[in-house]
Design a protein around this ligand. Structure first.
Ligand code: SAM
Length: 248
């Protein structure tokens, strides 16, 4: 039987496609695309001729049996999304889940992922982090999500639209505090790549002064809550400081 290859594609810079991704996309019998026209551009850039079909959240379950049959017939299939790693805030979960349950072979062809690229340059702790996907576009729902993460001590990674950045940072200031460190990683691997870190309060000023920062695509990273600094009342912190000085 054939395999399903889950193939990562670039998140902006075509140079980030991997050698294996090119090989697999050139060799498979079929490519399942989030958007066939979008993927067609990538394929032409690498002169890859392949038969594509669309597979997105709305038809994944309808197509799963057909895909299982193709694999049983010995066909090999690649799964790609518009950019980055499929299934990461992108379609593919249902088909991978179905094929795994039915003992098909599912093979990763790793590559670009905006969340991981942003995390790798954010300068915030990476030993433990949580990926939260897209923040809701409405402020009320966004505040609910942020409130549920108020005491999260791990670094938090979100996808968000830069055009909402000011509103989102306002909610961060309100719900988490203006002192919280936040990193904005915008247009990664593209011409106007910008990675900027500051407290939420300062970021707000920075964004208001430069409307260019509200364009394109971005990853938002929020530092986890640092237990001692945020939690203790000032009197206790003072007492602790005095005690610490007396320690040998
Ligand atoms: N599967 C993709 C991945 O592996 O990164 C993510 C797909 S999700 C639909 C698209 C979101 O990813 C964008 O709204 C943005 O938050 C983030 N993103 C994608 N490309 C990016 C880039 N070049 N720079 C910053 N963020 C990016």
């Amino acid at each position: 039987p054939g395999s399903l290859y889950v193939v990562s594609t670039p998140i902006g810079n075509l140079g980030d496609i991997s050698q294996r991704a090119i090989e697999v996309l050139s060799q498979v019998d079929l490519i399942a695309c989030e958007d066939t026209r979008h993927t067609q551009k990538l394929l032409s850039a690498f002169s890859i001729k392949a038969q594509t079909f669309s597979l997105h959240d709305h038809n994944e379950r309808q197509r799963q049996e057909q895909i299982g049959n193709w694999l049983n017939e010995g066909k090999s299939i690649a799964l790609v999304s518009d950019a980055g790693t499929p299934l990461i805030s992108d379609p593919g979960y249902h088909i991978v889940n179905y094929l795994r349950q039915n003992e098909h072979k599912v093979v990763p062809i790793p590559g670009a992922c905006a969340a991981i690229a942003a995390l790798s340059v954010a300068g915030l702790p990476t030993d433990r982090f949580t990926f939260e996907g897209f923040l809701p576009s409405k402020s009320g729902q966004r505040q609910t999500v942020l409130t549920s993460l108020k005491d999260e001590s791990r670094t938090m990674v979100f996808y968000d639209a830069p055009r909402r950045a000011i509103d989102t940072i306002k909610d961060i200031v309100e719900v988490l505090s203006g002192d919280r460190l936040v990193v904005i990683a915008r247009e990664l691997t593209k011409t106007f790549e910008t990675i900027h870190h500051d407290t939420a309060q300062n970021l707000l000023e920075w964004l208001k002064e430069d409307p260019n920062q509200l364009k394109g695509e971005m990853v938002l990273i929020i530092a986890g809550k640092t237990a001692v600094k945020d939690e203790l009342p000032p009197e206790i912190k003072n007492t602790l400081a005095i005690l610490l000085e007396e320690l040998p």
